[in-house]
Structures are given as C-alpha cells and as structure tokens.
Ligand binder design. Structure first.
Ligand code: 13P
Length: 231
C-alpha cells in the first residue's frame, strides 16, 4: 500500500483551524482510500494533540524529536512527549532539522521500543543506506536542492530514487523508501512509484495549495492507480 506523507512544516496553514482542516480533509480521503493508500501527516509539535484527537485512519507523526529522556531539558521534546500527545511516529533528520548519526541511531532504537514509527530523511542515496542500518520504519530520500522548487525529484533526479532503493535494499530489504522534494502533481507521485518508491513525502504542494483537499486527492488517486498498475 503506497504512502502519502504530508509534512506540514511551519507553513501558516500548518497551525490552528487551517491545520486541522487539512487533517480532516486527509481523514476523509483516508477513509475513501482505506486499504489502498496510507496517509501520514507530520505536524508541528503544538498541533499533535489537537490533530491526532480528530483523526482515526490518518497516522500523525511529529516532525522532529530531541535525543533526550524526559527530565531537566528546557525546550526539548522527548519521544515520550509526542507519544503522549498522540503521535504514532516521527520524522527524523529532515534536511531542515538535522540530527547527528549517533542521535538517529539512538532515537530509532528508543522510538521502536516505545512502539513509535520512524521515517528517517536522507539527502542522498548513501545517506539513505546509512539510515537503513538503523532499521527505521521507512526512509525518505529528499535532495535538499529540489525541496520547495516544484521540480520533482522523480523527474529531475530519478537516479537518486533508484540508487537509494538499490543501496537501501543492500543494507536492509525490509525498509521501504519514500521519495520527496518538489513533488507537486499526481504524475510526479506516480513516477516515483514507477521508479520503485513506496510512496511520497510532500509539503508545499499541499500546504500552499488553494485547495489542499483537491491536491491530496490528486496525489492519492495517482498513487492508487500506479500501485494497481504494478499489481
Ligand atoms: O521537504 C519536503 C517534505 O519533507 C519536500 O518539500 P516540498 O514538497 O515542498 O518540495
């Protein structure tokens, strides 16, 4: 089942009623595509509780967690806190919120022991392979230079997707690879699946859309069709 993951980032539409409205739209689509497309929303820490309480089919992730245990760490967010707030997983090492290799290792192990999923972001195929060593739930490869450009990685740099999949499979064939950066249309998303990706990680196409629900529908329908074609 292909994954449609939406990273809210800190766009104006990520917060308050706007962020909740996008989540409710995703929930409606997740019901329509139940068993066909898996929806994940990576939301700001301030929105995890409000959004996760409103959803059933959609999986809510944090965008980042800090490599600390609960304790005297002012301003830090431990894994336990996002779990308590209702998150089922977290992004790690997004190019806009990087972590040290040792922290990724620690956080994947601790998240797994807490029953939380992990989606480790990587800039390059080699970094994706390195992330796979830690056995995360998924890896997402996202060339930073394409992020937010509308130039989809699946068309501008398809070899980044295919090389990432090949290298991750050499390390751990159980780890699915998502593709992200510049993915804007259903065609971009379908192309990523044709290249072997297990889904897509998108942000601005949805968060800056005039009609976020229509955009998520376009992406979900394209992923569903591409997956069906693959059999
Ligand atoms: O960073 C990304 C998702 O985590 C990709 O961002 P865009 O979809 O805006 O290119």
């Amino acid at each position: 089942m292909p994954v449609l993951a939406v990273n809210y980032k800190a766009y104006p539409t990520a917060f308050g009623s706007a962020g909740l409205a996008i989540a409710l739209s995703a929930e409606k689509l997740a019901e329509q595509y139940d068993g066909i497309v898996r929806f994940i929303l990576a939301v700001p820490a301030t929105e995890i509780a409000r959004i996760s309480e409103a959803l059933d089919k959609v999986v809510v992730y944090a965008q980042h967690v800090d490599p600390v245990e609960p304790g005297a760490y002012t301003g830090f967010i431990p894994l336990e806190a996002v779990k308590e707030a209702g998150a089922k997983g977290t992004l790690l090492n997004h190019s806009e919120r990087r972590l040290r290799l040792s922290d990724i290792d620690l956080l994947v192990r601790r998240a797994t022991s807490l029953g939380l999923e992990t989606l480790v972001c990587a800039d390059t195929p080699a970094a994706a392979a390195a992330a796979a060593v830690f056995a995360p739930t998924m890896v997402a490869v996202e060339p930073p230079e394409l992020i937010g450009t509308g130039l989809p990685v699946s068309k501008a740099k398809p070899e980044v997707i295919t090389s990432s999949i090949r290298m991750v499979r050499m390390i751990n064939p159980e780890v699915p690879v998502l593709a992200g950066a510049g993915i804007t249309s259903g065609e971009d998303a379908a192309r990523a699946l044709e290249l072997g990706a297990a889904g897509v990680l998108v942000a601005s196409a949805v968060m800056k859309a005039k009609d976020p629900e229509a955009k998520m529908l376009e992406l979900a329908e394209a992923l569903a069709k591409a997956a069906e074609k693959q059999g």
